[in-house]
Design a protein around this ligand. Structure first.
Ligand code: SF4
Length: 467
Protein backbone atom coordinates (compact mmCIF):
# COMPACT_ATOMS: atom_id res chain seq x y z
CA UNK A 1 0.00 0.00 0.00
CA UNK A 2 1.52 3.36 -0.96
CA UNK A 3 1.50 6.55 1.13
CA UNK A 4 -1.36 8.07 -0.87
CA UNK A 5 -3.57 5.04 -0.21
CA UNK A 6 -2.69 5.05 3.49
CA UNK A 7 -3.41 8.76 3.68
CA UNK A 8 -6.78 8.27 2.09
CA UNK A 9 -7.75 5.57 4.64
CA UNK A 10 -6.28 7.19 7.73
CA UNK A 11 -7.47 10.73 6.98
CA UNK A 12 -10.94 9.35 6.36
CA UNK A 13 -10.79 7.35 9.63
CA UNK A 14 -9.88 10.53 11.54
CA UNK A 15 -12.95 12.42 10.41
CA UNK A 16 -15.03 11.41 13.42
CA UNK A 17 -12.53 13.04 15.79
CA UNK A 18 -14.12 16.43 16.45
CA UNK A 19 -11.11 18.38 17.54
CA UNK A 20 -11.11 21.28 15.20
CA UNK A 21 -13.58 23.86 14.07
CA UNK A 22 -13.99 22.50 10.57
CA UNK A 23 -14.81 18.98 11.68
CA UNK A 24 -18.23 18.03 10.46
CA UNK A 25 -18.14 20.45 7.55
CA UNK A 26 -17.66 19.74 3.91
CA UNK A 27 -18.02 22.24 1.18
CA UNK A 28 -18.82 21.50 -2.41
CA UNK A 29 -18.02 23.51 -5.42
CA UNK A 30 -21.08 25.66 -4.94
CA UNK A 31 -19.92 26.63 -1.49
CA UNK A 32 -22.72 24.66 0.13
CA UNK A 33 -22.78 21.24 1.70
CA UNK A 34 -23.08 19.75 5.13
CA UNK A 35 -21.23 16.48 5.12
CA UNK A 36 -19.65 14.84 8.07
CA UNK A 37 -15.99 15.34 8.31
CA UNK A 38 -12.68 16.54 7.19
CA UNK A 39 -11.79 13.41 5.34
CA UNK A 40 -15.10 12.92 3.64
CA UNK A 41 -15.09 15.99 1.51
CA UNK A 42 -16.45 15.76 -1.96
CA UNK A 43 -15.35 19.25 -2.84
CA UNK A 44 -12.73 19.55 -5.55
CA UNK A 45 -12.95 23.32 -5.96
CA UNK A 46 -10.24 25.86 -5.23
CA UNK A 47 -9.15 25.72 -1.60
CA UNK A 48 -10.66 22.30 -0.99
CA UNK A 49 -8.15 20.26 0.99
CA UNK A 50 -10.61 18.01 2.71
CA UNK A 51 -9.83 14.81 0.88
CA UNK A 52 -6.27 14.97 2.24
CA UNK A 53 -7.51 15.30 5.82
CA UNK A 54 -6.85 18.97 6.41
CA UNK A 55 -8.88 20.69 9.11
CA UNK A 56 -8.77 23.99 10.99
CA UNK A 57 -8.16 24.82 14.60
CA UNK A 58 -7.16 27.77 16.78
CA UNK A 59 -3.73 28.11 18.36
CA UNK A 60 -3.17 29.43 21.88
CA UNK A 61 -2.87 33.00 20.52
CA UNK A 62 -6.20 32.72 18.69
CA UNK A 63 -4.90 32.28 15.13
CA UNK A 64 -6.82 29.97 12.82
CA UNK A 65 -4.44 27.29 11.57
CA UNK A 66 -4.68 24.42 9.07
CA UNK A 67 -3.81 20.98 10.38
CA UNK A 68 -3.08 17.66 8.77
CA UNK A 69 -5.56 15.44 10.61
CA UNK A 70 -4.80 11.74 10.52
CA UNK A 71 -4.79 8.55 12.52
CA UNK A 72 -1.50 6.74 13.03
CA UNK A 73 -3.45 3.55 12.39
CA UNK A 74 -7.04 2.36 12.27
CA UNK A 75 -6.02 -1.17 13.30
CA UNK A 76 -7.69 -1.46 16.69
CA UNK A 77 -7.73 -4.13 19.36
CA UNK A 78 -10.66 -2.42 21.12
CA UNK A 79 -14.24 -2.98 20.09
CA UNK A 80 -16.17 0.21 20.90
CA UNK A 81 -19.62 -0.43 19.51
CA UNK A 82 -20.15 3.09 18.18
CA UNK A 83 -16.89 3.19 16.21
CA UNK A 84 -16.29 2.37 12.58
CA UNK A 85 -12.73 1.27 13.41
CA UNK A 86 -13.72 -1.27 16.07
CA UNK A 87 -11.93 -4.63 15.84
CA UNK A 88 -15.04 -6.54 14.81
CA UNK A 89 -15.83 -4.23 11.89
CA UNK A 90 -14.77 -5.21 8.41
CA UNK A 91 -13.02 -2.09 7.06
CA UNK A 92 -9.81 -1.54 5.15
CA UNK A 93 -6.92 -1.05 7.59
CA UNK A 94 -3.66 0.86 7.32
CA UNK A 95 -0.71 1.89 9.47
CA UNK A 96 1.75 4.79 9.21
CA UNK A 97 5.25 4.42 10.65
CA UNK A 98 6.55 7.38 12.72
CA UNK A 99 8.94 8.23 9.89
CA UNK A 100 6.12 8.26 7.32
CA UNK A 101 4.03 10.66 9.40
CA UNK A 102 7.02 12.92 10.06
CA UNK A 103 7.88 13.09 6.37
CA UNK A 104 4.27 13.56 5.30
CA UNK A 105 3.86 16.41 7.77
CA UNK A 106 7.05 18.10 6.63
CA UNK A 107 6.15 17.68 2.95
CA UNK A 108 2.72 19.23 3.49
CA UNK A 109 4.25 21.96 5.64
CA UNK A 110 6.93 22.87 3.08
CA UNK A 111 4.26 23.15 0.38
CA UNK A 112 2.35 25.49 2.66
CA UNK A 113 -0.70 23.20 2.82
CA UNK A 114 -0.65 23.02 6.61
CA UNK A 115 0.71 24.74 9.66
CA UNK A 116 0.44 21.81 12.01
CA UNK A 117 -0.57 18.25 12.76
CA UNK A 118 -3.51 16.64 14.53
CA UNK A 119 -2.52 13.08 15.42
CA UNK A 120 -4.76 10.44 16.88
CA UNK A 121 -4.78 6.66 16.66
CA UNK A 122 -6.73 3.49 17.16
CA UNK A 123 -5.25 1.14 19.76
CA UNK A 124 -2.59 -0.97 18.10
CA UNK A 125 -1.68 -4.00 20.30
CA UNK A 126 -2.22 -2.05 23.55
CA UNK A 127 -2.46 1.59 24.73
CA UNK A 128 1.19 1.89 25.79
CA UNK A 129 2.54 0.51 22.52
CA UNK A 130 0.41 2.97 20.56
CA UNK A 131 1.43 5.91 22.75
CA UNK A 132 5.10 5.00 22.39
CA UNK A 133 4.68 5.16 18.60
CA UNK A 134 2.97 8.54 18.86
CA UNK A 135 5.68 9.90 21.16
CA UNK A 136 8.34 8.62 18.77
CA UNK A 137 6.57 10.29 15.82
CA UNK A 138 6.33 13.68 17.46
CA UNK A 139 9.80 13.44 18.99
CA UNK A 140 11.12 12.77 15.49
CA UNK A 141 9.25 15.78 14.12
CA UNK A 142 10.42 18.10 16.89
CA UNK A 143 14.06 17.02 17.14
CA UNK A 144 15.05 15.36 13.87
CA UNK A 145 13.02 17.60 11.56
CA UNK A 146 13.04 20.60 13.95
CA UNK A 147 9.33 21.13 13.34
CA UNK A 148 8.16 23.98 15.56
CA UNK A 149 4.56 24.10 14.25
CA UNK A 150 1.36 23.37 16.13
CA UNK A 151 0.73 19.75 17.15
CA UNK A 152 -2.47 18.44 18.76
CA UNK A 153 -2.33 14.81 19.92
CA UNK A 154 -4.93 12.55 21.43
CA UNK A 155 -4.01 10.59 24.49
CA UNK A 156 -4.77 6.87 24.15
CA UNK A 157 -7.20 5.69 26.87
CA UNK A 158 -5.45 3.49 29.43
CA UNK A 159 -1.91 4.59 28.51
CA UNK A 160 0.75 4.89 31.19
CA UNK A 161 0.80 8.37 32.83
CA UNK A 162 4.52 8.68 32.05
CA UNK A 163 3.75 8.39 28.34
CA UNK A 164 0.95 10.96 28.66
CA UNK A 165 3.50 13.33 30.21
CA UNK A 166 6.01 12.66 27.45
CA UNK A 167 3.44 13.44 24.78
CA UNK A 168 2.46 16.61 26.65
CA UNK A 169 6.07 17.84 26.63
CA UNK A 170 6.10 17.65 22.83
CA UNK A 171 2.65 18.91 21.83
CA UNK A 172 0.77 22.19 21.88
CA UNK A 173 -2.60 20.72 22.72
CA UNK A 174 -3.69 17.35 24.05
CA UNK A 175 -7.03 15.71 24.47
CA UNK A 176 -8.20 12.69 26.37
CA UNK A 177 -11.66 11.82 25.10
CA UNK A 178 -14.32 11.30 27.73
CA UNK A 179 -16.13 9.43 24.92
CA UNK A 180 -19.63 8.98 26.40
CA UNK A 181 -21.65 10.96 28.95
CA UNK A 182 -21.68 8.30 31.70
CA UNK A 183 -19.53 5.50 32.99
CA UNK A 184 -22.47 3.09 32.62
CA UNK A 185 -22.75 3.89 28.91
CA UNK A 186 -18.99 3.62 28.49
CA UNK A 187 -18.97 0.20 30.18
CA UNK A 188 -21.76 -0.95 27.88
CA UNK A 189 -20.48 0.41 24.57
CA UNK A 190 -16.71 0.55 25.09
CA UNK A 191 -15.97 -2.16 27.68
CA UNK A 192 -12.18 -1.92 27.26
CA UNK A 193 -12.21 1.73 28.33
CA UNK A 194 -13.08 3.07 31.75
CA UNK A 195 -13.81 6.46 33.26
CA UNK A 196 -11.10 6.39 35.97
CA UNK A 197 -8.29 5.90 33.44
CA UNK A 198 -9.65 8.63 31.15
CA UNK A 199 -10.02 11.04 34.07
CA UNK A 200 -6.56 10.10 35.27
CA UNK A 201 -5.09 11.04 31.86
CA UNK A 202 -6.90 14.39 32.08
CA UNK A 203 -5.49 14.89 35.57
CA UNK A 204 -1.94 14.12 34.37
CA UNK A 205 -2.30 16.71 31.61
CA UNK A 206 -3.83 19.24 34.01
CA UNK A 207 -1.03 18.63 36.49
CA UNK A 208 1.59 19.13 33.76
CA UNK A 209 -0.08 22.41 32.71
CA UNK A 210 -0.24 23.69 36.28
CA UNK A 211 3.39 22.82 36.95
CA UNK A 212 4.87 23.96 33.66
CA UNK A 213 8.62 24.25 33.91
CA UNK A 214 8.73 22.91 37.46
CA UNK A 215 8.78 19.17 36.74
CA UNK A 216 11.79 17.52 35.07
CA UNK A 217 11.06 16.78 31.41
CA UNK A 218 10.40 13.07 30.84
CA UNK A 219 11.31 13.33 27.16
CA UNK A 220 14.67 11.81 26.26
CA UNK A 221 16.39 14.81 24.67
CA UNK A 222 19.31 14.60 22.28
CA UNK A 223 22.46 15.93 23.93
CA UNK A 224 22.79 18.98 21.68
CA UNK A 225 19.05 19.76 21.39
CA UNK A 226 16.93 21.10 24.18
CA UNK A 227 13.17 20.82 23.91
CA UNK A 228 12.70 24.20 25.56
CA UNK A 229 8.97 23.69 25.13
CA UNK A 230 6.20 24.49 27.52
CA UNK A 231 3.84 21.65 28.53
CA UNK A 232 0.70 21.66 26.33
CA UNK A 233 0.68 25.48 25.91
CA UNK A 234 -2.68 25.48 24.11
CA UNK A 235 -4.34 23.49 26.91
CA UNK A 236 -6.42 20.33 26.81
CA UNK A 237 -9.78 19.48 25.30
CA UNK A 238 -12.05 16.46 25.18
CA UNK A 239 -14.78 14.97 23.02
CA UNK A 240 -18.13 13.45 23.96
CA UNK A 241 -20.36 11.43 21.64
CA UNK A 242 -23.98 12.39 22.13
CA UNK A 243 -27.11 10.66 20.94
CA UNK A 244 -25.80 7.08 21.01
CA UNK A 245 -26.82 6.62 24.66
CA UNK A 246 -29.85 7.78 26.68
CA UNK A 247 -28.35 10.58 28.88
CA UNK A 248 -30.36 13.81 28.78
CA UNK A 249 -28.96 17.30 28.16
CA UNK A 250 -29.02 18.12 31.86
CA UNK A 251 -26.72 15.19 32.56
CA UNK A 252 -24.41 16.20 29.70
CA UNK A 253 -24.18 19.87 30.73
CA UNK A 254 -23.60 18.97 34.39
CA UNK A 255 -20.77 16.66 33.34
CA UNK A 256 -19.36 19.39 31.09
CA UNK A 257 -19.45 21.87 33.96
CA UNK A 258 -17.61 19.40 36.23
CA UNK A 259 -14.97 18.75 33.58
CA UNK A 260 -14.36 22.47 32.98
CA UNK A 261 -14.09 23.05 36.71
CA UNK A 262 -11.89 20.04 37.51
CA UNK A 263 -9.53 20.04 34.56
CA UNK A 264 -9.70 23.61 33.22
CA UNK A 265 -10.43 22.30 29.73
CA UNK A 266 -10.19 24.73 26.83
CA UNK A 267 -13.04 23.08 24.94
CA UNK A 268 -15.43 20.20 25.02
CA UNK A 269 -16.39 18.94 21.58
CA UNK A 270 -19.87 17.45 21.36
CA UNK A 271 -20.07 15.00 18.55
CA UNK A 272 -23.55 14.03 17.39
CA UNK A 273 -23.57 10.29 16.97
CA UNK A 274 -23.52 9.36 13.31
CA UNK A 275 -24.83 5.85 12.71
CA UNK A 276 -21.79 4.59 10.81
CA UNK A 277 -22.24 1.19 12.35
CA UNK A 278 -25.13 -0.78 13.78
CA UNK A 279 -25.33 -2.68 17.07
CA UNK A 280 -28.28 -3.67 19.27
CA UNK A 281 -26.84 -1.69 22.23
CA UNK A 282 -26.85 1.58 20.27
CA UNK A 283 -29.91 3.81 20.41
CA UNK A 284 -31.63 3.94 17.06
CA UNK A 285 -31.10 7.33 15.44
CA UNK A 286 -34.45 8.28 13.99
CA UNK A 287 -33.75 11.96 13.32
CA UNK A 288 -30.55 13.79 12.41
CA UNK A 289 -29.03 14.83 15.78
CA UNK A 290 -27.20 17.90 14.44
CA UNK A 291 -29.53 20.45 15.99
CA UNK A 292 -29.10 18.90 19.44
CA UNK A 293 -25.33 19.14 18.96
CA UNK A 294 -25.74 22.85 18.08
CA UNK A 295 -27.84 23.51 21.17
CA UNK A 296 -25.27 21.80 23.40
CA UNK A 297 -22.49 23.94 21.91
CA UNK A 298 -24.60 27.04 22.57
CA UNK A 299 -25.29 25.97 26.16
CA UNK A 300 -21.57 25.27 26.54
CA UNK A 301 -20.78 28.90 25.54
CA UNK A 302 -23.27 30.03 28.19
CA UNK A 303 -21.36 28.05 30.82
CA UNK A 304 -17.94 29.32 29.78
CA UNK A 305 -18.57 32.97 28.92
CA UNK A 306 -21.99 34.09 30.11
CA UNK A 307 -21.90 33.13 33.79
CA UNK A 308 -24.67 30.51 33.58
CA UNK A 309 -24.57 27.26 35.53
CA UNK A 310 -25.87 23.93 34.23
CA UNK A 311 -28.47 23.91 36.99
CA UNK A 312 -29.85 27.27 35.85
CA UNK A 313 -30.22 26.12 32.27
CA UNK A 314 -31.72 22.70 32.93
CA UNK A 315 -33.44 20.99 35.82
CA UNK A 316 -35.65 17.99 36.61
CA UNK A 317 -38.72 19.61 35.10
CA UNK A 318 -36.78 20.78 32.07
CA UNK A 319 -34.07 18.14 31.43
CA UNK A 320 -33.48 18.80 27.72
CA UNK A 321 -32.68 21.92 25.73
CA UNK A 322 -35.49 23.20 23.54
CA UNK A 323 -34.22 22.41 20.07
CA UNK A 324 -36.37 25.15 18.51
CA UNK A 325 -34.51 28.10 20.03
CA UNK A 326 -31.13 28.92 21.54
CA UNK A 327 -30.76 28.09 25.24
CA UNK A 328 -30.46 31.72 26.33
CA UNK A 329 -33.83 32.61 24.79
CA UNK A 330 -35.33 29.51 26.36
CA UNK A 331 -33.91 30.44 29.78
CA UNK A 332 -35.17 34.03 29.50
CA UNK A 333 -38.67 32.85 28.62
CA UNK A 334 -38.72 30.74 31.77
CA UNK A 335 -37.55 33.73 33.85
CA UNK A 336 -39.72 36.55 32.56
CA UNK A 337 -40.05 37.88 36.11
CA UNK A 338 -36.45 39.16 35.72
CA UNK A 339 -37.31 41.24 32.62
CA UNK A 340 -37.48 43.84 31.20
CA UNK A 341 -34.20 45.37 32.34
CA UNK A 342 -33.02 48.93 31.72
CA UNK A 343 -30.15 48.81 29.26
CA UNK A 344 -28.53 51.99 30.58
CA UNK A 345 -28.13 50.83 34.15
CA UNK A 346 -27.97 47.03 34.45
CA UNK A 347 -24.61 45.48 35.31
CA UNK A 348 -22.55 43.68 32.66
CA UNK A 349 -23.49 40.27 34.14
CA UNK A 350 -27.19 41.02 33.53
CA UNK A 351 -26.54 42.34 30.01
CA UNK A 352 -25.05 38.95 29.20
CA UNK A 353 -28.35 37.27 30.08
CA UNK A 354 -30.44 39.28 27.63
CA UNK A 355 -31.28 37.30 24.47
CA UNK A 356 -29.69 38.93 21.43
CA UNK A 357 -26.83 40.52 23.40
CA UNK A 358 -23.59 38.58 23.00
CA UNK A 359 -20.31 39.07 24.83
CA UNK A 360 -19.01 41.57 22.29
CA UNK A 361 -22.16 43.69 22.20
CA UNK A 362 -22.40 43.64 26.02
CA UNK A 363 -18.85 45.00 26.21
CA UNK A 364 -19.67 47.68 23.63
CA UNK A 365 -22.77 48.71 25.57
CA UNK A 366 -20.76 49.11 28.77
CA UNK A 367 -18.20 51.26 26.94
CA UNK A 368 -20.76 53.31 25.01
CA UNK A 369 -23.02 54.18 27.90
CA UNK A 370 -20.13 56.01 29.57
CA UNK A 371 -20.63 58.58 26.80
CA UNK A 372 -24.37 59.01 27.31
CA UNK A 373 -27.74 57.25 27.48
CA UNK A 374 -28.38 54.62 24.80
CA UNK A 375 -31.59 54.15 22.82
CA UNK A 376 -32.82 51.34 20.57
CA UNK A 377 -31.07 52.73 17.50
CA UNK A 378 -27.73 52.87 19.36
CA UNK A 379 -28.15 49.23 20.35
CA UNK A 380 -28.82 48.19 16.77
CA UNK A 381 -25.59 49.93 15.69
CA UNK A 382 -23.67 48.16 18.47
CA UNK A 383 -24.61 44.78 17.00
CA UNK A 384 -27.47 43.82 19.33
CA UNK A 385 -29.91 41.41 17.66
CA UNK A 386 -32.98 43.58 18.23
CA UNK A 387 -35.52 41.03 17.00
CA UNK A 388 -34.79 39.10 20.22
CA UNK A 389 -33.49 41.72 22.66
CA UNK A 390 -36.40 44.10 22.18
CA UNK A 391 -38.74 41.92 24.22
CA UNK A 392 -36.48 41.94 27.27
CA UNK A 393 -35.25 45.52 27.63
CA UNK A 394 -36.18 49.12 28.18
CA UNK A 395 -34.20 52.12 26.95
CA UNK A 396 -34.46 55.31 29.02
CA UNK A 397 -37.35 53.63 30.88
CA UNK A 398 -39.43 52.89 27.74
CA UNK A 399 -40.24 49.62 26.02
CA UNK A 400 -40.19 49.41 22.25
CA UNK A 401 -43.73 49.82 20.86
CA UNK A 402 -45.47 46.58 19.92
CA UNK A 403 -43.52 44.23 22.21
CA UNK A 404 -45.53 41.46 23.85
CA UNK A 405 -45.36 40.27 27.45
CA UNK A 406 -47.48 37.14 27.44
CA UNK A 407 -45.08 34.20 27.74
CA UNK A 408 -46.70 31.96 25.13
CA UNK A 409 -47.13 34.78 22.64
CA UNK A 410 -43.54 35.83 23.23
CA UNK A 411 -42.32 32.26 22.64
CA UNK A 412 -44.25 32.18 19.39
CA UNK A 413 -42.79 35.52 18.28
CA UNK A 414 -39.26 34.32 18.99
CA UNK A 415 -39.86 31.05 17.17
CA UNK A 416 -41.19 32.96 14.22
CA UNK A 417 -38.02 35.08 14.12
CA UNK A 418 -35.78 32.03 14.34
CA UNK A 419 -34.36 30.52 11.17
CA UNK A 420 -34.45 27.06 12.71
CA UNK A 421 -36.39 25.15 10.10
CA UNK A 422 -39.17 22.62 10.36
CA UNK A 423 -38.79 20.05 7.61
CA UNK A 424 -40.58 16.88 6.64
CA UNK A 425 -38.86 13.64 7.66
CA UNK A 426 -39.70 12.30 4.24
CA UNK A 427 -36.98 14.59 2.90
CA UNK A 428 -34.40 12.30 4.53
CA UNK A 429 -33.33 8.88 3.45
CA UNK A 430 -30.69 7.28 1.35
CA UNK A 431 -31.64 9.34 -1.65
CA UNK A 432 -31.23 12.51 0.47
CA UNK A 433 -33.92 14.41 -1.39
CA UNK A 434 -33.72 18.15 -1.19
CA UNK A 435 -34.79 19.48 2.23
CA UNK A 436 -37.75 21.77 1.86
CA UNK A 437 -38.02 24.49 4.50
CA UNK A 438 -41.54 25.14 5.72
CA UNK A 439 -43.02 28.34 7.06
CA UNK A 440 -43.17 28.11 10.86
CA UNK A 441 -46.55 28.14 12.44
CA UNK A 442 -46.84 30.48 15.40
CA UNK A 443 -48.73 28.01 17.54
CA UNK A 444 -48.28 24.40 16.49
CA UNK A 445 -45.61 22.14 17.92
CA UNK A 446 -43.74 19.82 15.57
CA UNK A 447 -46.34 17.96 13.54
CA UNK A 448 -45.85 14.25 13.07
CA UNK A 449 -43.15 13.25 10.56
CA UNK A 450 -41.39 16.62 10.78
CA UNK A 451 -38.18 17.63 12.49
CA UNK A 452 -36.32 20.85 13.28
CA UNK A 453 -33.08 21.65 11.50
CA UNK A 454 -30.50 24.33 12.32
CA UNK A 455 -30.63 27.49 10.27
CA UNK A 456 -27.71 29.73 9.28
CA UNK A 457 -28.05 31.79 12.46
CA UNK A 458 -28.01 28.61 14.60
CA UNK A 459 -24.79 27.47 12.98
CA UNK A 460 -23.16 30.87 13.51
CA UNK A 461 -24.23 31.02 17.14
CA UNK A 462 -22.77 27.64 18.00
CA UNK A 463 -19.43 28.64 16.43
CA UNK A 464 -19.12 32.21 17.66
CA UNK A 465 -21.00 31.92 20.94
CA UNK A 466 -22.76 35.26 20.29
CA UNK A 467 -26.34 34.78 21.52
S1 SF4 B 1 -10.37 2.58 20.75
FE1 SF4 B 1 -12.57 2.43 20.33
S2 SF4 B 1 -13.10 4.49 19.56
FE2 SF4 B 1 -10.86 4.29 19.40
S3 SF4 B 1 -10.48 3.51 17.36
FE3 SF4 B 1 -10.59 1.71 18.68
S4 SF4 B 1 -12.71 1.05 18.57
FE4 SF4 B 1 -12.63 3.14 17.78
Amino acid sequence: MNIQQKLSILADSAKYDAACTSSGVTRNRNGSGTGNGAGSGTGNGAGSTLASGICHSFSSDGRCISLLKILMTNICCFDCKYCVNRSSNDVERAFFTPMEIAELTMNFYRRNYIEGLFLSSAVLKNPDYTMELMVETIRMLRFDYRFAGYIHAKSIPGADPGLVRQLGELTDRMSANIELPSKESLAKLAPQKNYPSILSSMAVIQNGIQNRGQLPSPVPVRSNVSSGRSFVPAGQSTQMVIGATPENDRHIMTLAEDLYRSFHLKRIFYSAYIPVTSHPDLLPVTVPPLLREHRLYQADWLLRFYGFTARELLDDSHPDLDIRMDPKCDWALRHLDRFPVEINTVPYEVLLRIPGIGVRSAQKIVRSRREGLLDFEHLRKLGVVMKRAVFFITCKGRKSPGTVENAELLRSCLLKESDTRLVSLSTFGHSQGEMKPRQLSMFESSPENTIWLPGREDRQKCLTGEM
